[in-house]
Design a protein around this ligand. Structure first.
Ligand SMILES: [Zn+2]
Length: 273
């Protein structure tokens, strides 16, 4: 039996994707860095220099971070677009959606000094016009807000489902199951906002999850962009009884009869029968 693996021969991948770029990101990113994990942070560059804030139903005020902290705070992580101003995309024309995406991408690239190639949509609206704009803006994937409580990685890169939302019922069982699953290419993707960790008093719990992920030799922490690129490469592999061909530009990892196989970019590996 040939089993597909993540980079470095890891059986499972873990990702945290948090939106909006709020003050609580500072505490959360410190935790991620403490455990050497990588996440994806979707920012609205147009709201960062405003006094924009709102009151959470639990009473706390939710505030955005200033742009000055972006480069340093998120330097070990993926910064992705979340549109310029967090609008309801369903109420915008295609030209306005393009403007929201393109200007945010441009701003975030200037702030981080790196290409910004991921997009996560605000609110719940999703459709072909959003996907089309994301492609035209040069994003390599676009994430919607659809939840999924399974460990199989998404198949669609522009209908990338959000993963499990960390304040929903069943979330803790989903995470616990991930540590025990034997599914091929198992992925645990957590989405939400760091202010929820205050609102739901989840800081200790989330730290315990990060600590377990860091200590588990079978799990690799990846950004959304790394996941998308690796899965595309893995799905391009041509696997026969005799060999594996890797047409991609990334090394691909497999396990067979307890042995690790790494197939180099544009390379092939013979499978002994
Ligand atoms: Zn948002």
């Amino acid at each position: 039996m040939l089993k597909r693996l993540y980079p470095g021969g890891k059986a499972k991948a873990f990702n945290v994707t948090y939106d909006d770029g709020v003050l609580q990101d500072v505490r959360f990113v410190e935790l991620m860095n403490k455990y050497g994990l990588k996440g994806t942070f979707n920012l609205n560059s147009g709201l960062m220099e405003t006094e924009f804030e709102w009151v959470h139903p639990k009473g706390m005020t939710v505030k955005r971070l200033p742009t000055a902290v972006v480069a340093q705070l998120y330097q070990n992580h993926e910064v992705a677009s979340h549109t310029l101003t967090h609008p309801y995309l369903s109420s915008l024309t295609e030209a306005q959606i393009m403007e929201e995406m393109a200007r945010d991408k441009e701003n975030l690239e200037r702030l981080t000094g790196k290409p910004v190639l991921g997009f996560g949509g605000p609110f719940h609206h999703w459709g072909p016009e959003v996907v089309e704009c994301a492609k035209r803006c040069g994003f390599e994937y676009a994430r919607n807000a659809e939840e999924r409580y399974c460990y199989a990685p998404p198949e669609e890169y522009y209908y990338w489902s959000a993963g499990s939302y960390h304040i929903m019922p069943g979330f803790r069982d989903f995470v616990e199951g991930f540590f025990h699953t034997q599914e091929e290419l198992a992925l645990c993707q957590i989405v939400g906002h760091t202010y929820d960790l205050d609102a739901e008093d989840m800081w200790d719990y989330i730290e315990s999850v990060l600590q377990r992920v860091a200590q588990d030799e079978s799990i690799l922490s990846m950004t959304n962009l790394e996941l998308v690129r690796y899965l595309k490469a893995m799905r391009s592999a041509v696997i026969t009884e005799q060999e594996i061909q890797n047409p991609s530009d990334l090394p691909l990892w497999f396990e067979r009869d307890g042995s690790l196989i790494c197939v180099e970019p544009a390379g092939r590996a013979t499978l002994e029968v």
